[in-house]
Write a protein that binds this ligand. Structure first.
Ligand code: PMP
Length: 397
């Protein structure tokens, strides 16, 4: 018999979520997370993964991982700072820094851990953070962990950022002030206005922090948002994930050598959680080799993204302000968006609906993530299904 108060808490919480239709029933894939996935024996065109470059099943990367497993085993055996740093982790960090044209890099076990660790390692209760209102949950948690004053900034509103930066600076209340933003906003596919952010940061001596989880491997010929805008050396902390375009798992921070030295002694997930597996490290090294050799996969994800966007727009769907392959179809009403996604699924297309609280009320959408591995035939089929379901539910004429 367990605790009665826990039992009551869980029972009531689950019932509440289920009654409101907010309980997310997780489904398992019976296949790799590629352009076609199998669920319950059904093949579906997959428009929901972050596997932008198709690297999750890249043969060269899989071979590199297998070789590393043969050499080092499946686990690193300790946290990085005890004796869980293998030479392959050092090689990975050198590679990441090379890809990003940065002085140095640190690898974490996930992108989430980067934000949970890096913000807290730099900021404390005597500081303030200017945070875009649409920033990712891991940034929000990282900010909270730091105990700094969090100042929400209207989404990509440079007037608002400037005003709030000025007020924070002139108040004299804070030792340090940071501005923090997603690079590519994952629910809309729009890109942060990084050049203006850097300009405002220079004016008010703000620490600049960009989480490029969705831009890495996609923007700047794969190098990410800093390269996309030619801002090398002007952003203090650049965060990336090794789990989306790079196809594996893990996260990274790039910046000055002093910054990385500091994170290696102060970022708590680095200090207190076991290092990336050798197989993951080796696979990411190979992913970066591939990215630096050729832009083929990056070009393909953009080509596919543009094709899908053009098709959806021509059909009359509202794709919002997307500037990247991430393509939302904004439907508005929550129930219609959920029904839309369910009908797509019945017709063989897997694209998830995103509703409140992940996006504001009344802006529910179905989000599409084309990848480099989708063929024109798959995208044409998806568009055909979109047309059918869109008309059926009255979303398009
Ligand atoms: N930052 C952003 C902006 C993200 O979208 C995500 C993934 N959803 C993360 C961080 C976390 O990355 P990971 O999945 O590697 O933990």
């Amino acid at each position: 018999m367990g605790s009665k108060c826990l039992e009551k808490f869980l029972k009531e919480g689950l019932e509440d979520l289920r009654s409101k239709g907010l309980y997310n029933q997780i489904e398992s894939l019976e296949s790799p997370n590629g352009p076609i996935i199998k669920i319950n024996g059904h093949d579906l065109i997959n428009l929901s993964s972050n596997n932008y470059l198709g690297f999750a099943t890249n043969k060269r990367m899989m071979d590199a991982a297998k070789k590393a497993v043969d050499k080092y085993g499946v686990g690193a055996g300790a946290v990085r700072t005890i004796n869980g740093t293998l030479d392959i982790h050092d090689e990975l960090e050198r590679k990441i820094a090379e890809l990003k044209d940065a002085e140095a890099a640190i690898a974490f076990q996930s992108g989430f851990n980067c934000n949970a660790g890096a913000i807290q390692a730099i900021m404390d209760k005597h500081d303030a953070i200017l945070s875009d209102e649409l920033n990712h949950a891991s940034i929000i948690d990282g900010c909270r962990l730091s105990k700094a004053k969090i100042i929400r900034v209207n989404h990509s509103d440079m007037e608002d950022l400037r005003q709030k930066a000025k007020e924070a600076k002139e108040s004299g209340l804070y030792n340090k002030i940071m501005v923090i933003t997603d690079g590519v906003f994952s629910m809309d596919g729009d890109i942060a206005k990084l050049p203006e952010i850097v300009e405002i940061a220079e004016e008010f001596d703000l620490i600049t922090y960009v989480d490029d989880a969705h831009g890495e491997g996609v923007l700047g010929k794969g190098k990410g948002i800093v390269s996309h805008f030619g801002l090398e050396g002007k952003v203090d902390l650049e965060i990336g994930t090794l789990s989306k375009a790079l196809g594996v798992v893990g996260g990274c921070v790039t910046g000055s050598k002093d910054l990385i030295d500091w994170l290696k002694v102060r970022a708590r997930p680095f200090l207190f959680s076991t290092s990336l597996t050798p197989g993951a490290a080796a696979a990411v090294i190979e992913a970066i080799n591939i990215l630096m050799e050729s832009s083929e996969a990056v070009d393909k994800v953009w080509k596919n993204g543009d094709y899908l966007k053009k098709g959806l727009k021509e059909l009359g769907f509202n794709i919002g302000n997307s500037e990247t392959p991430i393509t939302p179809c904004i439907i508005g009403d929550e129930k219609t968006a959920q029904k839309f996604s369910a009908r797509l699924r019945e017709e063989g297309v897997y694209a998830k609906s995103i509703v409140f609280p992940t996006v504001p009320l009344g802006t529910a959408r179905v989000r599409n993530m084309p990848t480099a591995d989708h063929t024109k035939e798959m995208l044409d089929k998806a568009l055909e299904v979109y047309a059918k379901v869109g008309k059926e539910l009255g979303v398009i004429k």
